[in-house]
Ligand binder design. Structure first.
Ligand SMILES: [Zn+2]
Length: 414
């Protein structure tokens, strides 16, 4: 108790993270990364009154607007852009998955990949209590950087609070499985329940997009999900939080008329055209293959021999469903990406198409139903929601991004 009291006395009224200044909050804030919440889900849920608590907050002066996500529109780059407040060019995280200089492939889960501080680490340094809770355990280490207390709902059964209390005992309920739609509401409940134990005033909860990969707006699982999340949102508001919500990316159907994934396999196409030493990397790749079988609408291509770049580029550009092929530096400029963490070519598929490495490299049998996925430009528009009134003119003339979520919550409330 004494340390908590003492930390309040030392608490700064403002702090800086990556050259952006933030005010310490008067009321505790809960920023939610709503994984895969295409605006269509929110519009549908509000229209059919599946989310009465959210609707009431909006009616009472809250804001629902749209912003843009970081391209590639994948989970890790967008969680990291939201928690650092800066682009991938500055924070260094351009994918879930990354090809090392020696040709190996690694998951981007280690904080050593981060080139920026997190807002939570900077706040903690300034004496402000913080907490991060993620549904997917793959994000926990990145969020914990700088000593930030971070837990995952996926592995809650293995985690303990600093006083030794098991997390699921503090929750009074066991954690749902990673492929259970209840995991996201549980994640919000975890953030709200555990926040007082850390005297946390800046709280982050990152959800999972299993539901959005599996069900379109209006399908039964999506309806159950949005009703349950709304109950958790209501609990957070009742607990006194100002709530902000931004999606990491949208979600679209990517199936051919016969129901199979509408996929272009780039290594296969390049090999057939005589391009050797090409390595397609799917930066959506993560442990959750049931979600998407590592198929997204953007991929990198690395080439052993750069003299083949022009040929490779024209082979890929001629494939149906491919709408853009940029070289490394053009893509870094266009999308604020770290040039050394992407491919020699950056390939963008159209709204209904995904990109794979080779037919042999993807296990499509793991997919749950027809493919819904993300990663390209067509999943870039995302909801930005603030439960409380913003100050007059807070959004005026702004090109809003999901990375502005903490600015809105900490600097722009009325
Ligand atoms: Zn995601």
């Amino acid at each position: 108790m004494f340390t908590n009291l003492y930390s309040h006395l030392l608490m700064s009224s403002t702090f800086v993270a990556n050259d952006r200044s933030y005010q310490a909050p008067d009321k505790p804030i809960l920023a939610i990364c709503a994984d895969g919440w295409d605006p269509e889900y929110v519009d549908d849920a509000l229209e059919r009154v599946l989310m009465p608590c959210l609707a009431q907050a909006l009616a009472d002066g809250g804001t629902y607007t749209l912003g843009r996500a970081q391209v590639p529109t994948f989970t890790n780059p967008n969680n990291v852009t939201i928690v650092t407040g800066v682009s991938a060019a500055q924070n260094g995280i351009a994918g879930n998955h990354y090809r090392t200089a020696d040709g190996g492939e690694v998951q981007v889960t280690d904080p050593s990949f981060l080139r920026a501080t997190t807002i939570h680490a900077a706040a903690l340094e300034a004496g402000i209590g913080v907490l991060c809770v993620t549904a997917k355990d793959k994000l926990r280490q990145l969020l914990a950087t700088g000593g930030v207390p971070a837990f995952s709902a996926e592995k809650a059964h293995e985690q303990q609070l600093p006083d030794g209390t098991p997390v699921i005992e503090a929750m009074g309920a066991e954690n749902p499985d990673i492929y259970d739609w209840r995991l996201s509401p549980y994640t919000i409940d975890m953030a709200v329940t555990l926040a007082p134990r850390f005297d946390a005033r800046i709280v982050y909860a990152s959800l999972t997009d299993f539901v959005q990969h599996s069900a379109a707006p209006g399908e039964p699982m999506a309806d159950d999900f949005y009703r349950a999340v709304d109950i958790s949102i209501g609990r957070a508001l009742d607990a006194g939080f100002v709530l902000g919500l931004a999606a990491d990316h949208g979600m679209r159907p990517k199936a051919a008329p016969d129901g199979s994934p509408n996929v272009r396999f780039l290594d296969d196409a390049l090999e057939a055209a005589g391009v050797t030493g090409a390595h397609t990397l799917c930066p959506i790749t993560d442990p959750y293959v049931v979600h998407h079988a590592a198929l997204g609408s953007l991929a990198w291509v690395h080439l052993d021999d750069l003299s083949q770049l022009g040929h490779a580029r024209s082979v890929i550009a001629a494939l149906p469903g491919i709408e853009g092929v940029l070289d490394r530096f053009a893509a870094a400029d266009a999308f604020e990406l770290p040039a050394d963490r992407i491919g020699d070519l950056i390939v963008l598929a159209d709204a209904g198409t995904v990109i794979g490495k080779s037919a042999a490299a993807h296990d499509l049998s793991a997919l749950h139903g027809t493919l819904r996925s993300h990663g390209g430009l067509h999943e870039r528009s995302v909801p930005l929601i603030i439960s409380h009134r913003l100050r007059e003119g807070a959004l005026l003339g702004r090109d809003l991004r999901n990375r502005d979520l903490h600015d809105l919550l900490l600097n722009q409330l009325a």
